[in-house]
Write a protein that binds this ligand. Structure first.
Ligand code: ZN
Length: 322
């Protein structure tokens, strides 16, 4: 089957169901919420006590099939989706990697809510060549309901691909970046793109102007980074921004050693930098050999140009620091 013909057959699945009348295995419940919060280190008081809500990002947790796996009655997996995956398998795209996920929350879920869902095959990309191999991005969109009312949507993207011979050296994060690129071509050495979405678009717009913007809650003035739709301290969705002055210190760091990957030259240091404003950011530490980075080292923000389309904030060791 040639590529064009295969793509036409794949496109025919767009709009068809991937899961029909799925039902959450358990109602939304306090023990799962508690385990999630402990695992995430999220102490937000909104998720505990008699009026607790579930963390919004748990949305997928309520609709997962569990160890019953695909085909379990709870998942409501539809024949069309099985066919699509089989078609891809048959074309040699036997490997799969989840690349990214987008969620929307219409109202909080609370213990006792019984979740139902339907999933549609939203799109199948044209053939893409990634570091992992050549294949197709398949995006599904799940509508989650309680009592018939829509409470959230969950858009999930996978790459079904034929593994490249050197796939052992590739990183799934590269596939995630590539999912958002319009064209498959990616010159060697080009750094993966950040994933820009509705929640963080303002941050990247700031970077485009060489400004590092921190979100500030309008209600309680708590600063937050990375960008989030709501305040972890008080729950308010109202925010404005403050621009970081650029001073910080290395709060912690790791030195990355990994197999060759064109965009990076290991070993290199990645810092968890605490800005003077108090928030922490993960970023490259430059201007000092990787093995000279130290906790407490003073650093200063700068913007590093990687190529025509990509500028990233990095932190340079301040003079005398090394
Ligand atoms: Zn707040």
């Amino acid at each position: 089957m040639d590529d064009d013909h295969l793509h036409l057959r794949l496109k025919a699945y767009e709009g068809r169901p991937a899961a029909v009348a799925g039902v959450g295995r358990d109602p939304v419940n306090a023990p799962m919420i508690r385990h999630w919060c402990e695992a995430m280190g999220d102490a937000n008081p909104a998720y505990a006590g008699p009026d607790a809500i579930a963390p919004p990002t748990m949305l997928q947790a309520w609709i997962m099939g569990g160890l019953g796996g695909p085909g379990s009655v709870h998942e409501g997996r539809a024949r069309a989706y099985e066919e699509l995956l089989s078609l891809l398998d048959g074309a040699g795209c036997t490997a799969v990697v989840a690349t990214d996920c987008e969620q929307e929350y219409l109202r909080p879920l609370r213990p006792g809510d019984e979740v139902a869902f339907d999933t549609v095959i939203e799109s199948v990309s044209s053939r893409k060549t990634t570091r992992l191999g050549t294949g197709y991005f398949v995006t599904t969109r799940t509508e989650v309901r309680v009592g018939g009312a829509l409470v959230g949507t969950h858009r999930f993207r996978i790459l079904k691909y034929a593994p490249a011979p050197d796939a052992a050296t590739a990183a799934p994060v590269a596939a995630a970046a590539e999912a958002h690129r319009p064209e498959p071509a990616r010159a060697d050495g080009l750094r993966p793109r950040p994933v820009v979405n509705r929640d963080n678009a303002g941050f990247w717009a700031g970077v485009g102007e060489r400004r590092f913007l921190i979100q500030r809650c309008v209600a309680c003035a708590t600063l937050r980074f990375p960008w989030l739709p709501g305040c972890n301290a008080c729950g308010s969705a109202e925010w404005d921004t403050v621009e970081a002055g650029g001073r910080g210190t290395v709060f912690s760091y790791v030195v990355m050693h990994h197999p060759p990957f064109p965009a990076f030259s290991p070993p290199y240091a990645v810092g968890l930098v605490e800005l003077a404003e108090g928030v922490r950011v993960i970023s490259g530490v430059v201007g000092v050999p990787y093995d000279k980075v130290r906790i407490g080292m003073p650093v200063e923000l700068e913007f590093q140009v990687f190529d025509d389309e990509l500028t990233l904030p990095v932190f340079r060791a301040r003079e005398g620091a090394a």
